[in-house]
Ligand binder design. Structure first.
Ligand code: P6P
Length: 336
């Protein structure tokens, strides 16, 4: 019996989703198509990075002080150039650029705002470990013309869409527009992303915790007690948990989305706001996790409620299964 599953490409899915919005102008659809192309162009270089002279560093630091790898720079330019001329976007912002990125004057400025981390997991590039591209899409708040910083500093609950491309054992495009979370796996033989994970749901409770426990000594007591709790043996509450940590947010968040448990990058006494960036890492991942029935938190409340004040600001981030994140919040608030 051959599968009755629809042969659904990302492009076809995006077009069908547009039909659900009677007033759609097609601009949003066009933006997602441009992004799908960018994803394939980045995948093409990432998948052969070891073979061409694109590994190694540019000997430049980005705004977060991270060494910029050649592949980082390639991905940043590729995503920007794929998105800058379609007339759908009025402004962009990227992890690799301190200031907002304007649309060239000779192109039309559209009504959307595009924030992205072009290649998350840079420190893993040369070791051939999972990498990712993360994106968040908003509607502009400025009236017309060039987009502004204010357009980029919107709280996460205003995201129209968010998602990531994960370059792992296979390459997947995972995104939400507020109607569930859907995953598309790239079939390199035809160059199409095919629907492989429709309506992903996070398990209510998991058995995996994912964080850099090397920072344990610098964590607050509540965080230490939470991790100690996860490692105690208690069969009634399915403990001890297993530790899984890739060191690429996209990889750790994707596994958490599918398997459940909790991913965290807490603040500590040296970096009270943690390491991960609110606008183009934590907000998109929080939107994805919450749309899949999970929970996100900055330790107190949903990440999506935070009002950004700076483009590259950090935030403590906890995301995953609802029960696991709730227990974590109880420890952090001293109520457990
Ligand atoms: P650490 C990768 O460099 C990154 O920005 C995220 O993708 C990842 O979650 C985090 O840093 C890993 O940081 O301190 O554990 O190496």
């Amino acid at each position: 019996m051959t599968s009755t599953k629809k042969f659904m490409t990302l492009e076809r899915f995006i077009n069908e989703q547009e039909q659900l919005h009677p007033n759609a102008t097609g601009e949003f659809t066009g933006l997602l198509h441009d992004l799908s192309l960018a994803a394939k162009l980045v995948w093409r270089e990432v998948s052969k990075a070891g073979l061409v002279n694109i590994l190694g560093t540019t000997h430049r630091l980005n705004v977060s002080g991270d060494v910029v790898k050649k592949l980082d720079e390639f991905a940043d330019e590729t995503v920007y150039r794929a998105m800058d001329h379609g007339g759908h976007v009025c402004v962009m912002a990227s992890e690799e650029n301190e200031d907002i990125l304007h649309i060239p004057d000779h192109y039309k400025a559209g009504k959307y705002v595009f924030l992205f981390d072009p290649l998350d997991g840079s420190s893993n590039i040369d070791a051939n470990i999972t990498l990712g591209t993360i994106f968040a899409i908003y509607e502009r708040v400025s009236k017309e013309g060039k987009g502004t910083l204010e357009d980029c500093l919107q709280p996460g609950y205003k995201q129209l869409a968010a998602g990531y491309i994960i370059y792992g054992t296979s390459t997947m495009f995972v995104y939400t527009t507020g109607r569930g979370v859907h995953g598309f796996t790239l079939d390199p033989s035809v160059g199409e992303f095919l629907l492989s994970h429709e309506n992903i749901r996070v398990p209510k409770k998991g058995k995996i915790y994912s964080m850099n426990e090397g920072n344990y000594r610098n964590w607050d007591d509540g965080m230490k007690y939470f991790v100690d709790y996860l490692k105690e043996t208690d069969k009634t509450t399915n403990r001890p948990y297993s530790l899984r940590y890739i060191g690429t947010m996209v990889g750790d968040a994707h596994r958490t989305l599918l398997y459940g448990g909790i991913f965290a990058y807490p603040g500590d006494k040296n970096n009270p706001e943690g390491k991960l960036r609110l606008c183009y890492e934590c907000n998109p991942m929080a939107f994805i996790i919450e749309q899949a029935g999970g929970r996100s938190s900055n330790g107190k409340h949903s990440i999506l409620q935070v009002q950004p004040t700076a483009l590259h600001q950090h935030t403590p981030v906890f995301l995953g299964s609802e029960e696991d994140v709730l227990i974590c919040e109880e420890f952090l608030s001293g109520n457990r």
